[in-house]
Design a protein around this ligand. Sequence first.
Ligand SMILES: [Ca+2]
Length: 72
Amino acid sequence: MKKVLPFAAVLILLVTACDSLTGPSGCHFQNCTELRRVHRDGVPRGHCAYRTELDRDNDGHACETSADQGGG
Ligand SMILES: [Ca+2]
């Protein structure tokens, strides 16, 4: 029983960590609409949420609001 509790604690920490990476407040967003809910002005290259798919004009800034509203 003593060995079960630490394992459960680790499991809970892992699940929590995964949620923080994939959830709306984390680093992965389906599209610019979702990303801008958290990062209003988009994110620069190097940010954990940056993806080339979200940077249509390839200027190193994903989902910036100054570009067209299509996301880019
Ligand atoms: Ca861009």
